[in-house]
Design a protein around this ligand. Structure first.
Ligand code: HEC
Ligand code: HEC
Ligand code: HEC
Ligand code: HEC
Length: 177
């Protein structure tokens, strides 16, 4: 019984997260603009870690021979143009063009795919106030949303172990910030 309750809770939380991230009406600003305040040693090297990590390359990956072979097998054309692939390989796919104008697909899965579209929380005044940031669209618990992409709908799915995967892209504010 307890297990079932936990499972139901998990489904609820994941559902709520996807709704926050993918069905809201805040505009995206792009990783470079988040990076204006979140880069460099003193700020935890967050932009730099993302640039070196797997998510920044998610669109590029759709140009590989492996990606093309998967798409051909599914009867799709160019994977870099197929909604069936872009939905997990770029940020904000399928959302209203007025919200995604400042996103570059080449940046793949960027900050806002996990933290929520930032146009309304990006100012210093709001960012310094956690509650205000959340009210303006910032996602407070991004770990719960990993499985919205890391799931069996992915043609190359590998079992998702949160702690191991998080260790590979781990980042955060430096001590005392
Ligand atoms: C004008 C500078 C600025 C910009 C632009 C900015 N941030 Fe921030 N952000 C901050 C500061 C400063 C803090 C730390 C607040 C504190 O000291 O508690 C912060 C905190 C955060 C936090 C932690 C919130 C918490 O308390 O859990 C996240 C997540 C975050 N920013 C993500 C982003 C993302 C994503 C973007 C781009 C959409 C972005 N930020 C753009 C300045 C900025
Ligand atoms: C919006 C979709 C999306 C979300 C949300 C997402 N990811 Fe990913 N992730 C991807 C894609 C797509 C790739 C493949 C990137 C590539 O290889 O080009 C990936 C790759 C990775 C990899 C590299 C795996 C490998 O086999 O090389 C790690 C680690 C990872 N993600 C961790 C996470 C964690 C932890 C979270 C949650 C905090 C998360 N991801 C959330 C889409 C997502
Ligand atoms: C794949 C999803 C994902 C991407 C992409 C991502 N983050 Fe994060 N971020 C997380 C997770 C998960 C945490 C940890 C939150 C926690 O501890 O619960 C986090 C933590 C943070 C924190 C610290 C929050 C705190 O409370 O200490 C900041 C600031 C931040 N991210 C900014 C960024 C910026 C800026 C980018 C882009 C350059 C980015 N993140 C890209 C998922 C992501
Ligand atoms: C449900 C989300 C999702 C969809 C839809 C999706 N992917 Fe991915 N893709 C991922 C994730 C997450 C990864 C990271 C590896 C993993 O765990 O599957 C990834 C990794 C990849 C990789 C790198 C393989 C590897 O071993 O790292 C290729 C190539 C790829 N995807 C191609 C595609 C193609 C082509 C399509 C469209 C037919 C597609 N993906 C649709 C989520 C998705």
């Amino acid at each position: 019984m307890r297990k079932i309750l936990i499972l139901l809770l998990a489904i609820f939380v994941v559902g709520a997260y996807s709704a926050d991230v993918f069905a809201q009406d805040h505009a995206f600003i792009g990783a470079k603009k988040c990076g204006m305040c979140h880069k460099g040693e003193k700020k935890g090297m967050i932009l730099e870690k993302w640039e070196e990590g797997p998510h920044a390359k998610a669109y590029e990956t759709l140009a590989t021979d492996e990606a093309k072979a998967i798409a051909t097998e599914k009867g799709l054309g160019n994977p870099q143009e197929a909604a069936e692939c872009l939905k997990c390989h770029v940020t904000g796919h399928g959302m209203d063009a007025s919200l995604t104008a400042d996103l570059d697909m080449a940046n793949g899965i960027s900050c806002e795919a996990c933290h929520g579209a930032g146009a309304d929380y990006k100012s210093m005044k709001i960012m310094k106030d956690r509650e205000a940031s959340i009210a303006a669209g910032m996602v407070a618990a991004p770990k719960e949303g990993c499985v919205s992409c890391h799931n069996e709908e992915s043609p190359t799915y590998k079992p998702f172990v949160l702690e191991e995967y998080w260790a590979e892209i781990e980042h955060g504010l430096p001590e005392g910030e």
